[in-house]
Design a protein around this ligand. Sequence first.
Ligand SMILES: C[S@@+](CC[C@H](N)C(=O)[O-])C[C@H]1O[C@@H](n2cnc3c(N)ncnc32)[C@H](O)[C@@H]1O
Length: 215
Amino acid sequence: MNMMIPAVAAAQQERPRFTPEQIHRYERETTPIDDFAASGLILDLGGGGEGVIGQMKRSQVVAIDLSRKELEEAPGGPLLKIVMDATELRFLNSVFQTVTCFYTLMFVPLEKQLKVLEEARRVLAPGGRMLIWDVEVPPPPSPEKKVGIFYFTFQFPGQLPGGPAGREVRTGYGTLYGEAPRGAAHYQALARQAGFQLASSKTQGRSFFLELQRT
Ligand SMILES: C[S@@+](CC[C@H](N)C(=O)[O-])C[C@H]1O[C@@H](n2cnc3c(N)ncnc32)[C@H](O)[C@@H]1O
């Protein structure tokens, strides 16, 4: 099982700053991930790590990630893996029909999240969609807790062509609690600011899914 934590937390792990008492581990959740319709190329933001979208949609996917290492470690499947910052996409305007963001925003510092959504909107063609899966990060359970780690078993629909082995991915994503709790309501507000309309939303345990329409 892999466990991913944000770069800042990873650096701190190499020279530990957080004691075990400062880390809160949430119970593992089983989270079904529905397949989704998409025509043309899919831009996957933060597509390293488990590379779940790349595993699901394979040659339709252009996966970008800030971390070369995370991209190198992600399973094969995507058409392209490119080291790129989601806050400064190198693509022209209106070139994708679908942008995905699978448990990536929880890794992006609060002050950069609006830029990620604005960039996603910029590269989407009119009528295109942004799909977000992420965690509802609650306030820390006690003041001494600085990092929360969320464990998931993602389950995939059986009919996916070339889907992940065993059709399950077991992982853990860690995040710094930061200054404010963040979740679906927070991202919906940012999405409106960036020029998206909410098309649908879903809550699954500690996770949520948002389907945003580019206006
Ligand atoms: C939870 S991890 C990987 C999630 C991944 N989508 C998966 O399927 O496992 C989030 C990823 O977002 C990447 N990331 C964080 N900030 C980013 C940014 N500004 N631009 C691109 N990638 C970023 C991290 O390097 C990390 O690989």
